[in-house]
Design a protein around this ligand. Structure first.
Ligand SMILES: Nc1ncnc2c1ncn2[C@@H]1O[C@H](COP(=O)(O)OP(=O)(O)O)[C@@H](O)[C@H]1O
Ligand SMILES: [Mg+2]
Length: 457
């Protein structure tokens, strides 16, 4: 299963949070259970008071009615009191709550029936009234007893329940808290070790690569999170780096070999040819015979041309101006020497003064030199241009080398013949971590070759 690093970091606190929310829900449920029982106890208390009030009202009503029936007189204030007492009695009965056993017993409905029969407005007879009051008060007393018994039972049960509830809440809280702490600890230790181990491994690998020890770091065989993706990227990066360094070493070796050949040519062939030239010059001055002297002088000129050509070859093999004067001057020297003939396109060269501040090592300078020479050669050979611009600029620590012509434009890869030149440019650029591309020129037609190379100042 794929879990992101963010999820791995958040898993432990999220687990603790979920457990604490469950605990809170449990406590809320316990509180709700407790409050339900409290409501029941309150209903019993209300009923108890209502029964007592109904009994008191009934007793007074009975006394008053009996006195009135005995004396046979009913003063208006007595009648009002009777009505009021009856109303209070009915109101008290109305407050009786049908809790627990009272709900189904039928006591309440019987009581209501008896109360209706006791209505003083119906002016019942003395004996019947006494009997009805006796029944009514007996019913009230039964109700009171039931309420009292139930109240006692409930109080006892409630005491037990509250004890149990407190005990249960405490136990569950403890268990959940301990579980949350242990689980949180376990999850955070497990995932932090999993993350840390790999981060350490990656940082060791990166440090080794930075120190130049190009060993391939291990790559995981399946991707579980971003760290595995990073490990695979570092592995691929190292592979590419090893390849680039290999190419760079190869190029360095080739350049070294060219330098050695140039030195041999200079020290051996050039000095031999110079000796022969001096010999010929001496011979020509000693010769009295004119036609023979002219022939010797012609030979002398041929030899001078051969020596000049050899110098060109040597310079091409190992451009000494590059070592002595730097990249800009070497390019300028090449253009002046080889690209000034009338039949060749006109060129314009721009070298940014900041180029000389760049920290370019020898192999980079050589590669850039050879790339620009090949790009110029291509303009001359293939572009049919009348003009081209060679520019070397520094833009925000990036060296931008461009050769832009107004020729016929370069064909796309599928339609042009693939010579070694463009491949060499690409290989050399790759070896020094530069990027190259060919696009439409800013002239009305033609090609712009551009190379970009990030540099230190
Ligand atoms: N500046 C350019 N303008 C037009 N075509 C070009 C230019 N540069 C290269 N090309 C095309 O790219 C092809 C390959 O060039 P390259 O690899 O240098 O071969 P070559 O060794 O013949 O110079 C050329 O044959 C030419 O068609
Ligand atoms: Mg070429």
């Amino acid at each position: 299963m794929r879990i992101t690093v963010k999820q791995q970091v958040l898993l432990a606190p999220a687990t603790i949070l979920v457990l604490l929310i469950l605990l809170l829900a449990f406590m809320q449920y316990s509180y709700w259970e407790l409050s339900f029982k409290r409501r029941e106890a309150k209903a019993i208390g209300t009923t108890f008071i209502a029964v007592a009030e109904a009994d008191m009202a009934a007793r007074r009503l009975h006394v008053l009615l009996r006195t009135m029936q005995h004396t046979g007189m009913a003063a208006p204030e007595d009648m009002a009191l009777v009505a009021d007492l009856y109303e209070r009695m009915l109101a008290s009965i109305g407050r009786i709550r049908p809790f627990g056993p009272l709900g189904e017993s039928g006591h309440i409905s019987h009581l209501v029936l008896l109360a209706e029969n006791l209505n003083p407005a119906d002016s019942p007879e003395i004996e019947k009234t006494a009997e009805l009051f006796a029944q009514f008060r007996a019913e009230l007393s039964a109700l009171s007893n039931i309420t009292q018994i139930y109240r006692n039972q409930l109080r006892l049960a409630q005491e037990q329940d509250i004890g149990q509830l407190v005990e249960r809440t405490a136990t569950v809280s403890m268990v959940v808290l301990v579980l949350a702490i242990l689980l949180g600890l376990f999850i955070s230790i497990y995932f932090s070790r999993r993350i840390l181990n790999r981060v350490q491994m990656l940082s060791h690998s990166a440090a080794r690569i930075a120190d130049g020890k190009l060993e391939l770091p291990p790559a995981p065989d399946r991707i579980r999170d971003e760290l595995d993706t990073l490990a695979i990227s570092i592995n691929r990066m190292t592979k590419r780096l090893i390849r680039v360094v290999g190419t760079e070493k190869l190029l360095e070796g080739a350049e070294e070999e060219r330098r050695r050949i140039a030195m041999d040519l200079h020290d051996q062939s050039l000095s031999d040819l110079s000796t022969i030239l001096r010999g010929l010059q001496n011979l020509a001055s000693d010769l009295a015979d004119k036609p023979t002297r002219e022939k010797t002088e012609n030979l002398e000129q041929d030899l001078e041309r051969a020596i000049a050509n050899l110098r060109d070859i040597m310079n091409n093999l190992h451009p000494q101006t590059l070592d002595i004067l730097g990249l800009g001057a070497a390019i300028e020297g090449h253009l002046e020497q080889h690209c000034c003939a009338d039949e060749l396109p006109e060129y314009h060269l721009y070298i940014d003064p900041k180029v000389s501040d760049l920290n370019l090592d020898r192999i980079k300078q050589l590669s850039l030199y050879r790339i620009v020479i090949e790009a110029i050669q291509n303009v001359i050979k293939h572009a049919s241009a009348s003009r081209y611009e060679v520019s070397l600029e520094v833009r925000e620590n990036i060296l931008v080398l461009s050769v832009e012509d107004n020729g016929q434009g370069i064909l796309d890869e599928n339609n042009r013949s693939n010579g070694r030149g463009l491949n060499n440019i690409r290989e050399r650029a790759k070896a020094i971590s530069a990027e190259v591309n060919w696009k439409q020129s800013r002239f009305s037609s033609g090609t712009r070759f551009e190379l970009t190379l990030p540099c230190d100042m």
